[in-house]
Design a protein around this ligand. Sequence first.
Ligand code: GLA
Length: 752
Amino acid sequence: MIQYDGTHQVFKLDTPHTSYVFGLADGRYPGHIYYGKRLGDIDLAYLLRTDERPWPPSVFSREKVSFFDFYPMEYPFEGTGDCRECCINIRTEEGQEGLELTYLSHRIYAGKKELEGLPATWSRGSAHNLPAADRSSSGDGRLEEIADCSTLELTLQDEVTGLRVILSYTAFEEADAITRSVRVENGGVRSVYLTKVLSACLHVEQEGLEVLTLPGSWSRERMMQRQKLGYGSFVTESIRGISSHQDHPFMALISENCTQTTGDIYAMNFVYSGNFIAKAMRDQFDQVRVVMGIHPDRFCWKLEPSAAFQAPEVVLVYSDGGLGKMTRSFHRLYRDHLIRGYWKDRERPILINNWEATYFDFNTEKLLEIARESAKAGIEMLVVDDGWFGYRDNDDSSLGDWQVNENKLPGGFGYLAEEVNKLGMKLGIWVEPEMISEDSDLYREHPDWALQLNNRGPGQCRAQYVLDLSRKEVRDTVYDRLKAVLSSANIEYVKWDMNRPLSDVGNTILPPDRQGEIAHRYMLAVYEMQERLLQDFPGLLLENCASGGGRFDPGMLYYSPQIWCSDDTDAMERLAIQEGTQLLYPLSSIGAHVSDCPNHMTGRSVPLETRGTVALAGTFGYELDITRLSEEDKCQISEQIELYKKYNSLIREGDYYRLESWQHNHVCDGYMIVSEDRSEALLTYVQVLAKTNQKSRRLQLQGLNPEAFYDIDGKTCQGAVLMYAGLLIPPMSGDFQAKLIPIRQIQKFKPV
Ligand code: GLA
C-alpha cells in the first residue's frame, strides 16, 4: 500500500512488516525519513529536521549548498552542493557538470510497469511473468491486472536543462520488499550527457553499523564478508562488464551483533548483470548513505531532446529478524515476482552434464553410453557441454561457428536427440553466444565484430574475444545461428555460458560521444537475445552460467530460472559458495551437481552420499562419467534421485533457515527447509572435519510451529523443544559426513 499525506507532504510505502517513508522539504526536495518496522502513523515530517540549521533554501537561501550537503535527499544530485556520493550527474554540451532536481508531480497506481528492455520484478497478473505462448493469447482477459503491488512515480525536474527524473517505487503486498528504479527523460532542447545514473539511495541513522557484502573469485564465489563501517566509505563494484565472481551487486547495512535470527538489516540487491557500484558512507553527521546502480566509470549516455534512459531496478529489503528473515524475503520475492516462464514452479529435470566426464573428448557413442547408464539410474536429461561445434577440441577455437561438428556427432543433434529421447531422456546443450575465437570462420570473416579499441585490437582471455553485441547485425547473426541449432532437433535445455570479462570496450561504429554507452548496450543486447530465445522456444529450460557463477544475479534470473553456481563442484567448497548464494537466491535457482572424486579441482575425496546431500540444496544433477562408476555407486545415485523426487517440491518452495555456517565456525554446516504450513521440514547437517574427543553438537532448529509435535528420527518432539532447547547431533566418524533429517508434523497440539 502507498499513501500520500498532502498536508505534511509525506509519502509512505507499506509492505506486510515494513514501512518506507519520505517527505518533501520546502515542497521541493524529497528527503528520506524512515525505513524499518511497519508504522501506523504517517506524520513523520519532523524527522526531516527542516527547522534546524542549515535551513531549506526557501527559509534562508544563503545556506542552500550546506543544506544539500546535509539533507538526506532521496535521489541526490551532484555538482550543486552535495559532496557525498550522489546518484546522478550530467555534463552539458558546454562541458559543465551538476544539476538540481526538485519535485514536479507524482502518481500512485496499482501494479507495476515493465522496464523497457531490462529485467525487473513483476506484479501478479501482468503479462511479463508469462511464457511467450500465453502472452499472445492475452486478448481473452486472463491478463487483467490483479495487481499484488502498487507503484509510486515521483517526477523531479532540473529547471535549467529541462531534464525530468522519474523515481519509481513499488511496494509488494505479500513480500517484504520495495523496488526502486529511475527513468531520465530529456524534456529540454539540447542534448545532455548522463555521466552517472544510479538506481537507488538509502539513508540510515543507526550506531554501530556493519557492511555485509559477497566478494569472491572464480570458483570461490559469494563469500560472506562483514566489516565495520567507520567514517569514510566502503565500495563493492564491478567494471568487468559482468556482475562478476569478484564482487556481487549486493550490499547490506547490518547492526553489529546481527545474527541469523536477530538484528536489523537494510539490504540492496541490483537487478542487473553488468558493471555496478554499491557504496556505503558515513558522513560528518553520522548519517549513513548507501547508493547502488550502474557503475559511472566507463559509462556516459548521450540523451538527445525527447529521448529517455531507463536505469535498472534495485530491490530493498529490511529485516528486524536478522539475516534469515532477510533471506526469506528475497527468496519469496524472486520466486514469486522475478523468475518467469514455464519452468518457474516446476520440478526441473535431473541432468547429467558431460563436461567433467569427457571435457572436449567425446563423440555420439560416448554420449550415448553415458545416457544409457544415466537412464537406468533415473537421470532425466543429457547435457552436451562445450566442444560440439566447429572444430573445437580444446578451448582455442570455433566460438562463433555454431554448426555441429559432424565428425564428433554424425547426424548432428537430430540423431542424438532421437536416441536420447528413446531412452526416455531429454537433450540439452551448452552454448557461448557472446564470444568469438580468433581461430574461427566468423572471426576470419568479421574481425571487427570483436569489441576493441581503435588501433589496439581486441585482447584475448581464455583464447577468446567478446563479440560486440551492441551492434544489431552481430547479435542477429549469432542469434540466428543459435536458433537454427535449436530448431534442428528436440533440444529442451540450454546452458548459456560466458567465459571471460569484457575488455577493450569500444567500436568503430558509434560516434566518439557514444562510446561510453557500449557496456550498457552490450548488457541490453544479452537481455534482448535471451528474451527472444524464450519467445521463440517457450518451453526451453535456460540455465545461465559465466565461468561458473560470474553472472549469478537477479538480472539473469529474470531470463533463466536457474544459474550454474560455481565451477567448483567440490562438495565441501560448495558449502560456503552455496551459503553465500542462498543468502539471496532461492534454492530452486542454484545449479548444484554431484561430481567425480577425487575432485578435479581440489583433489579431495568426499563420500558420494555427502556429495548428493550437498547438491540436493539446488537444482540437482551430475557432472561425472557414470559409465566408470561401480554398481554400488550407481545404486546410490538411484537412491539420491529418489530423495530428490521426494523432497524437491519442499526444497523448491519451502522457507530456508540457516543453522550453522562452516564458513564461520570451521566445524559444520547446517540448514533447514520448512514448508509454508510448517508441517514438514528437512534438516541438512554436514560435519566437515572429524575431531577426537568431540561431544555431540546442539542445534537449535528454526521455523517450526512451537506448539506442534513432530516426528524426528523416530522420536516425537514438540516444535518449541526442537527450536528453543535444541537437538543433539552426535559426532560422526570420518571427514565430510552428512546427515539428512526429515521432520514431519504428527499433530498440531499436545497429545492427550
Ligand atoms: C565454463 C563453465 C563450465 C563448462 C566450461 C566449458 O567454465 O562454467 O561448466 O561449461 O565453461 O568450456
